[in-house]
Design a binder for this molecule. Structure first.
Ligand SMILES: Cc1cc2nc3c(=O)[nH]c(=O)nc-3n(C[C@H](O)[C@H](O)[C@H](O)COP(=O)(O)OP(=O)(O)OC[C@H]3O[C@@H](n4cnc5c(N)ncnc54)[C@H](O)[C@@H]3O)c2cc1C
Length: 320
């Protein structure tokens, strides 16, 4: 049975955060609305942080009081359990950013990639436009090295956000604020140092190049059209994007499809008939349990047919 964080612990957190930030703490906040899956029970405590300093302060307070915490961006790569999260969810809406004349874009980590992309294209700066249509904050994008397999013949390859990354300010696991570069971040495929250390990304500096607005606008349209034709639309079918990691370069969707599970339903969850590596929440009726069970069904089927174990790539957050 889920036990919630003691009231006095949340009171202590509120006091520690002070009148401005502490006054913003909400209790028993349902999390489904903050995830693209539209699934998940309540957080004991929930706070919006609107600047990078507030993000650092909230994390430091949680650490000082030994309160479990989770830094939430757009919630596009997670499944939150039906019983929610025992601790404080720190919702990163720190979105200030500035474009320099030299192509440097400095941004707080809660900025939404889509907003930055449109502004960059408008200003004639190229490098971010490939990632249009992928729901992500800057923090989430760095956390996992956001990537996209470009469909156009002249640039048919996987592009990574690491390619435009210059440096970032972090709050380290040891509570030190410092600036780090790519050597520290160790960008890999769906991997960075932040999967292995509890550092928090506070701000990021990207390095963009001058681009032709017509070409960039064409890329925006092409990439959105490509996605629209192959992936279920998030606005109609809530999801967390790809559920499983690739196995030795082979997409998990192909294996699930060949195991005969494309379109398979379990409760309110369904393996998308459009893309077998995406599980969708049908008409908002799926529970986290439905999704977890459907994940297990897919794992069993693929293991039986191909002898290979699918590993989820999404984060499982809270209590199920
Ligand atoms: C329809 C759909 C399509 C997608 N397509 C793609 C795709 O083409 N390519 C791709 O790479 N991904 C894709 N994804 C996955 C998702 O968009 C990315 O993983 C994205 O980067 C998640 O960002 P977020 O802000 O939502 O992070 P969240 O889901 O909120 O968090 C993810 C993880 O990042 C951590 N985190 C967030 N912010 C910070 C921070 N400031 N400091 C430290 N850690 C932090 C969180 O604690 C959590 O562990 C897709 C998802 C959906 C729903």
């Amino acid at each position: 049975m889920a036990t919630t964080l003691a009231t006095h612990t949340i009171d202590a957190l509120v006091e520690h955060l002070g009148p401005t930030l502490g006054g913003r703490v909400r209790r028993d906040e349902p999390l489904a609305q903050y995830t693209t899956f539209r699934i998940g029970g309540p957080a004991d405590a929930f706070v919006d942080v609107t600047t990078a300093d507030e993000l650092a302060d909230a994390v430091l307070a949680a650490r000082a009081l030994h309160v479990p915490y989770f830094v939430l961006g757009l919630g596009a790569n997670i499944l939150v359990g039906d019983r929610g999260f025992r601790g404080v969810v720190i919702h990163n809406v720190a979105r200030r950013h500035t474009f320099g004349d030299d192509g440097r874009l400095w941004t707080e980590s809660g900025a939404v990639m889509q907003d930055l992309i449109l502004e960059a294209v408008e200003r004639g700066w190229s490098g971010l436009e490939h990632y249009i249509g992928i729901p992500s904050t800057v923090g989430g994008a760095i956390w996992q090295n956001l990537h996209f397999l470009s469909p156009a013949p002249e640039r048919e390859r996987t592009m990574f956000i690491a390619e435009v990354f210059e440096r970032c300010d972090i709050l380290s696991e040891e509570n030190v604020r410092k600036t780090v570069g790519p050597d520290y971040v160790q960008f890999g495929y769906d991997d960075t140092v932040f999967h292995h250390r509890r550092d928090i990304v506070l701000t990021v500096t990207f390095r963009l190049e001058r681009g032709d607005p017509d070409v960039m606008n064409r890329i925006l349209h092409e990439n959105l059209a490509w996605r629209g034709a192959r992936h279920p639309w998030l606005q109609i079918h809530p999801s967390a994007g790809s559920i499983f990691k690739k196995i030795e370069g082979v997409g998990a969707g192909r294996l699930i499809d060949q195991a005969g599970l494309k379109g398979h339903r379990h409760g309110g969850a369904q393996i998308s008939p459009m893309h077998a590596n995406i599980i969708v929440n049908r008409a908002g009726t799926a529970t986290a349990r439905d999704v977890r069970e459907l994940i297990a069904i897919a794992q069993r089927a693929v293991e039986e047919k191909f002898g290979q174990r699918l590993e989820p790539e999404i984060g499982m957050i809270g209590e199920f």
